[in-house]
Design a protein around this ligand. Structure first.
Ligand SMILES: [Zn+2]
Length: 308
């Protein structure tokens, strides 16, 4: 699967001009490295991501636009690889034409169905087991997904997102084990839970339990707010969960100098803050990042209840 996807990526960059240009532009984007409470973060100035960061995801705007993940509305030049999950759910692996990673995929369900992870965590882990050069990510409908009406995962190459690169060191030094296979990141700027196991079923069971408790604790009618990352390394599945409380931080809505156009999702929480505007790239400080992470993730009170 890795090699078929890598071939698709190379071919799409040649046959699809906009896609090729955007991947070429990624080679020269500015990135700076920083540390937040002992965790590595990068800030990436990525102007091509403006549409995603500023996307209108309210029900009215969504209803008025054509869904860009439905096959009928996708550009004719965009080709995909079918992925049939064991659950019976069908997906298409596509090249994401607005990359953050050097290899960046969008993996929509074939059917136009709402963005809800319930019943699809097994698909996510199965994808991680097939696409072993990649990490798979999921953004909840109110947590950064720019198509909350069409179910999709994304994937990015390994070796770029700090949480994935640093996970072994984090689990052995900064994390606290709270149950078999389950860790909480200590002093993390963003409340983070990691489930790691050689058994896919262990992670599925744990997540389903977590999901229903989180829903109860937050009285969520639909999906409790969350972002997820999953990958497989040395035969072990890793699932990273970021429980959320807010979609966008106050800085997103602020006027004048206080404004920062940032709409955090899995990638930002995993350690790459994306700023589509140069003014934000130059001014975003460690204090801003920490403040944004605290605003968007659950309160210590909710997090402690979850851990219990
Ligand atoms: Zn659709």
């Amino acid at each position: 699967m890795n090699s078929a996807v890598n071939t698709l990526l190379k071919e799409q960059c040649v046959e699809w001009q906009q896609c090729g240009e955007n991947y070429a532009a990624l080679e020269t984007v500015e990135v700076r490295n920083t540390q937040i409470e002992g965790y590595s973060f990068k800030v990436q100035f990525n102007p091509k991501r403006i549409q995603s960061s500023a996307a209108k995801v309210d029900p009215k705007s969504i209803k008025e636009r054509k869904c860009f993940l439905c096959e009928a509305n996708r550009p004719a030049v965009q080709r995909g690889i079918p992925f049939a999950a064991k659950s019976g759910n069908a997906y298409t692996i596509l090249v994401n034409p607005f990359p953050i990673f050097k290899k960046h995929l969008t993996i929509p369900a074939v059917d136009h169905i709402d963005q809800r992870i319930d019943g699809k965590i097994a698909d996510m882990l199965e994808l991680a087991g097939c696409l072993t050069d990649y990490l798979i990510f999921y953004n909840g409908p109110k947590c950064g997904a720019s198509a909350p009406d069409h179910f999709h995962f994304q994937a990015g190459n390994k070796g770029f997102l700090p949480i994935e690169m640093d996970i072994e060191a984090i689990l052995s030094s900064q994390a606290k084990q709270v149950a078999p296979d389950v860790y909480v990141l200590n002093n993390a700027a963003a409340h983070t839970i990691v489930c790691k196991s050689a058994s896919i079923n262990t992670i599925i069971c744990w997540f389903n339990q977590f999901y229903s408790k989180f829903r109860q604790i937050t009285n969520s009618e639909e999906e409790p707010m969350l972002n997820l990352l999953a990958w497989v390394n040395n035969g072990h599945y890793h699932l990273v969960v970021y429980p959320r409380k807010t979609h966008r931080p106050s800085q997103f809505f602020a006027e004048g100098d206080a404004n920062i156009l940032i709409s955090p999702a899995s990638i930002d929480l995993g350690g790459i803050f994306i700023t589509p505007l140069e003014k934000d790239f130059s001014k975003l400080t460690e204090t801003d990042i920490k403040d944004i992470l605290q605003q968007i993730t659950v309160t210590p009170d909710v997090f402690n209840k979850l851990i219990q």
